[in-house]
Design a protein around this ligand. Structure first.
Ligand code: GLY
Ligand code: MN
Ligand code: MN
Length: 252
């Protein structure tokens, strides 16, 4: 699992460097596949999502065949299989290598919630608990950005956040991407388990309840987490996710 996470992380890094305005989603798909195989993976673990601009708001977008315009972000969800073990990583980055102010605000909100959620991944907690923690964190961030009313209480925030993140915080990961689907997310996490943590904020272009500058942006950040007795170990830690790191590697 560590090797699978490491291979796909390096493939993402090369794919970020390869991005430029006008690149086709298909080329980024080919690049991540190529780099994962070069790194030793047998194949990609599932059809990846490579979505430019507003297409990132279609959760299971796999057409992966459109040009990505200058000023847009690209959301890539890709994993590989290494000796039967799957990784499942998502990153979102500006295709031109430079976050706009609005993109950085939304991205910063998702990143901060994602890091807080990872800290919750210790033995004894459950994916469902981390999910509710995520909804509250996203809700508070959306309030800070002026997207949600500051008068909403925690119960309402939990409900309304689901409109902006209509999927769970994560799932078990192993020999399948969605591993052991019959194991409930209310089971306690144990040492040795691997899960994904993948919060997102999705704002379709037509969402006119949200300030214009945030419309048409979809962001997800997904890492693979091993539960250990020393706390969470991020198996995809080599995959850049800080704004300054992404901008700096894309300059090269
Ligand atoms: N790649 C599928 C998922 O993130 O769950
Ligand atoms: Mn994924
Ligand atoms: Mn996943």
């Amino acid at each position: 699992m560590r090797k699978s996470g490491s291979i796909i992380s390096k493939a993402f890094k090369e794919t970020m460097k390869f991005s430029k305005p006008g690149v086709n989603e298909a080329h980024l798909y080919a690049k991540v596949d190529f780099e994962a195989r070069l790194g030793g993976a047998e194949f990609l673990a599932y059809p990846p999502v490579v979505a430019g601009g507003n297409r990132a708001n279609t959760l299971h977008y796999i057409s992966n065949n459109q040009a990505i315009d200058d000023g847009e972000m690209v959301l890539m969800d890709a994993g590989c299989e290494y000796h039967g073990y799957a990784s499942d990583v998502t990153r979102t980055w500006p295709v031109n290598g430079q976050f706009s102010e609005a993109q950085a605000e939304l991205y910063g909100a998702v990143l901060s919630v994602q890091k807080d959620c990872i800290e919750q991944c210790t033995a004894g907690s459950t994916l469902d608990q981390v999910y509710h923690f995520m909804l509250l964190g996203l809700g508070r961030s959306l309030q800070n950005l002026g997207i949600l009313s500051s008068s909403l209480n925690d119960v309402d925030l939990n409900r309304v956040s689901k409109m902006f993140c209509p999927h769970h915080v994560g799932h078990y990961l192993g020999m399948d991407t969605h591993d052991t689907v019959r194991v409930s997310r209310s089971n306690q996490l144990q040492h040795g388990m691997v899960i994904t943590i993948e919060p997102g904020i999705y704002i379709p272009a037509a969402e006119d309840s949200v300030p214009t500058k945030y419309r048409g942006i979809g962001i997800r950040i997904e890492d693979n987490i091993l539960i250990t007795d020393k706390g969470p170990e991020v198996l995809s830690q080599e995959c850049p996710k800080e704004i300054d790191v992404i901008e700096s590697i894309m300059k090269r």
